[in-house]
Design a protein around this ligand. Sequence first.
Ligand SMILES: [Zn+2]
Length: 133
Amino acid sequence: MELEKPDLYRVAEDGASLVLRAGRCGTCGELNFPLSPFGCNACGAEPAKLVEEDMDGHAQLLTFITIHQKLSPKIDAPCVVGEARLANGRIQEIMLQGAGDRFADDMTVRAVPVEVTRGDKSVIACRFAPAEG
Ligand SMILES: [Zn+2]
């Protein structure tokens, strides 16, 4: 099955989690995610300085809210969106899998593949679920 955003992630070998596609800056060492076509977010180095590197899909969930309105055709309501600190230390908005009562602030979550419908086809989207253990 196709990925919804193949430039951001791929399915890990275990089939149950996602590897995030990041880019390591050869100038300052920043791990950029997403892998930007504009170069390094931290020091402004040109794109050629970035080398793709797998980033662990675990993240620390900082806060989250449930959205009940369908705000865009690409967002299925209700849905839960959160802010999380990703493995590279940067804070990013993420979409959580399932209802809000599965989640708590400061919980560790991880990127998982979730099948969603886009138009008349199914694709694999990136969602975050509670990490086991
Ligand atoms: Zn840099």
